[in-house]
Design a protein around this ligand. Structure first.
Ligand code: PAD
Ligand code: ZN
Ligand code: ZN
Length: 377
């Protein structure tokens, strides 16, 4: 029997208060309104940004259904939706693409003017209301996606139709971690063949940066982390050297400068630690080094403290949201490239659990034991 037009009852992981575990709840998911899409979620990765939302450093109104790295199948569509139909495989987009605004029309940018849920989070769909409720209370959406639920509703500018043959328990990572890292290398930094790169932070996002640096033809890729357990996987995906800053008395930027004759061409901060931004920038070559910060900008509350002298002779510091991809157009292409084996995301997935184990997945991430944990919904 069709569920279109009806309220669906399903399970979701709800965060009621900051710093608390999720509660697995029975929630109601209302039908999509005009220009909205209801999705039966199949799989979702757990990203460090979800944990930043739990801790409050990435502000989002609560109670909410978190999760933003998912894949699923369209269950029903609201009036006026033409980009997807029921049965299509899709990835929700935490950075939407309206295709009409100044930013969408700019060749280099991807933070669409409709990305209000990221920049000024209201915890709602674009019409300002929620489709989720639980125990009689409305529950907020999270950055246009809310993938820690068996069903979610998104705006039609925040969903990308993908290859019908794509394995959703793998390509869910293309909704955030993989695309963010890979795009930070190939299109934000624009890593060049034969260049030298360093990547600070070897979680799912940092390892994806390494995959991107390798695909772009970097000659040397130095993986930097304070968790040595990450080094074996970094080598598997393309790192040529692995360095733990704690093994040295001198600052890591001096270590890398000695290793690579004055510093690397491209450096990436993918730690979420603001102090690592200065070290990453300082590890770039002073004349032409490009540093991309990916992790530190996920926090709304922190400020950067960087010696101004580091910019004296031309280093560049850039930010990167979702790897700079114009999501609606380019996320489906990344899925097709994965299907064509142009890169492999499978080594990033170290654990697969179920929605009822969402808290265990967060603990595995926080303890450094897992790279990406995928929840089956
Ligand atoms: P993760 O927690 O799995 O990995 C972070 C890694 O950094 C871990 O291996 C840590 O041991 C390591 N680390 C921490 N501090 C340091 C340090 N000082 N020096 C070296 N290594 C260190 O996170 P993740 O890979 O899921 O995400 C990384 C960050 O990127 C995180 O802050 C997340 O919120 C952010 C992010 N940003 C975007 C975006 O669009 N900008 C998208 C997705 C994730
Ligand atoms: Zn993420
Ligand atoms: Zn736009």
């Amino acid at each position: 029997m069709s569920t279109a037009g009806k309220v669906i009852k399903c399970k979701a992981a709800v965060l009621w208060e900051p710093h608390k575990p999720f509660t697995i709840e029975d929630i109601e998911v209302a039908p999509p309104k005009a220009h909205e899409v209801r999705i039966k979620m199949v799989a979702t990765g757990v990203c460090r940004s979800d944990d930043h939302a739990v801790s409050g450093s990435l502000f989002t109104p609560l109670p909410a259904v978190l999760g933003h790295e998912g894949a699923g199948i369209v269950e029903s569509i609201g009036e006026g939706v033409t980009c997807v139909k029921p049965g299509d495989k899709v990835i929700p987009l935490f950075s939407p693409q309206c295709g009409k605004c100044r930013i969408c029309k700019h060749p280099e940018s991807n933070l669409c003017c409709q990305t209000k849920n990221l920049t000024q989070p209201k915890g709602a769909l674009l019409d300002g209301t929620s489709r989720f409720s639980c125990r009689g209370k409305p529950i907020h959406h999270f950055i246009s996606t809310s993938t820690f639920s068996q069903y979610t509703v998104v705006d039609d500018i925040a969903v990308a139709k993908i290859d019908a043959a794509a394995p959703l328990d793998k390509v869910c990572l293309i909704g955030c971690g993989f695309s963010t890292g890979y795009g930070s290398a190939v299109q934000v930094a624009k890593v060049t063949p034969g260049s030298t790169c360093a990547v600070f932070g070897l979680g799912g996002v940092g390892l994806s940066v390494i995959i991107g640096c390798k695909a772009a033809g970097a000659a040397r890729i130095i993986a930097v982390d304070i968790n040595k357990d990450r080094f074996a996987k970094a080598k598997t995906v393309g790192a040529t050297d692995c360095v733990d800053p704690r093994d040295f008395e001198k600052p890591i930027e001096e270590v890398l400068s000695d290793m690579i004759d004055g510093g690397v061409d491209f450096c990436f901060e993918v730690t979420g630690n603001t102090e690592a931004v200065g070290a990453a920038l300082g590890s770039c070559h002073k004349d032409h080094g490009v540093c991309v910060t990916v992790g530190a900008l996920a926090s709304f509350t922190s400020t950067l403290s960087i010696r101004s002298h580091l910019f004296f002779s031309g280093r560049i510091l850039k930010g990167s949201i979702l790897g700079g991809w114009k999501t609606k157009e380019e996320i489906p292409k990344l899925v097709s490239d994965y299907m064509a084996k142009k890169f492999n995301i499978d080594p990033l997935i170290t654990h697969t659990l179920t929605l009822s184990e969402a808290n265990e997945a967060v603990q595995l991430m926080k303890s450094g034991q897992c790279i990406r944990c995928v929840l089956l919904l």
